[in-house]
Design a protein around this ligand. Sequence first.
Ligand code: ZN
Length: 365
Amino acid sequence: MLRIGGTALPVVGRARMYVCGITPYDTTHLGHAATFVWADVAGRVLRHLGVEVESCRNVTDVDDVLDAAAARAGERADSFAAVQQFRFDRDMAALGVRRPVHEPRAHNHVGQVVTLAAALLEGGHAYEREGTVFFRGAGTPERAGVPAEVARELAVEFGHLHDERADHPDDVPVWRAARPGEPAWPSPWGSGRPGWHAECAAMALTVLGASVDLHVGGEDLRFPHHAYESAMAEAVTGVRPFARSWMHVGTVRVGGEKMAKSAGNLVLVSDLLEGHPAAALRLLLVDRPWDRPWDFEHAALDTAAARLERLYAAAARGVGDGHSAAADAVSAALLADLDVPGALAVAEEAGGAAARLALSVLGLA
Ligand code: ZN
């Protein structure tokens, strides 16, 4: 049985995994790659247990930042997003990330967001003001373990400016009335567009049902995005918890700073792959605890490439060896909160079947 983030996750036969995907407005940077490679590792470890993984990774192609980036580039948002999506897929394929079984797009789920908003209204979990449907979110930060003042700061960082029309500062739009000139869709409350958290809630509910076994996303999505996505889903279905377990993947920093386009310190996957084997980059991303932030340094890629060579050499020893106690130790480490450093330490030392198992389950073979 897999234990993840302090949660035991027994699954029978099938695991539903929701991965909060990209907003296709920018080229894939190392921080995105870390999240999706770790989601891939979790899926592979579950499959190693004989579990069928029903994975779903959305594409947030209805979003203010996407519209703004497309406008700056002088392109339509949909064709701009298609090019970014192509680049993302290419980078993920290079890194050995399996394609998810389901890849829902926000623009195809606008109708489901309208359904979600209507159900929240009917259940008394939302109210309408001038074409905007607000979710009653009082207490959501506290339930997510975020102190109220920190919650306000994070919300502002994510562009949630307090709306005068909202009854409570924790209330967020499920559906937002259209502003002039932006893409909009019809709804019972007039022309408008989905709120971001509602998009993921609607896609997860549509594709995977009322709850998920494992929900993955970057640490920066813990609040407000995932807290509100869960709160909306739980309010509408009554099924708690919406996510049985969470993987909030640690932030990748550069020189102690979070990677951001505005800081000019983005490390792009495509640049790194020009000079280094993709497997070395994948190893660098996963040879650490998945939930901690870390600093990227170029020299670490050479160290990872050298370690990969040693692992390949170890795997070549004792060819013909079948099962071994060391292979069991590799499995046990991976099931204990995806302890990749622990699994690789055993693999490198024992070699043979243990090393081959580690490389294969981690997608490094
Ligand atoms: Zn999401």
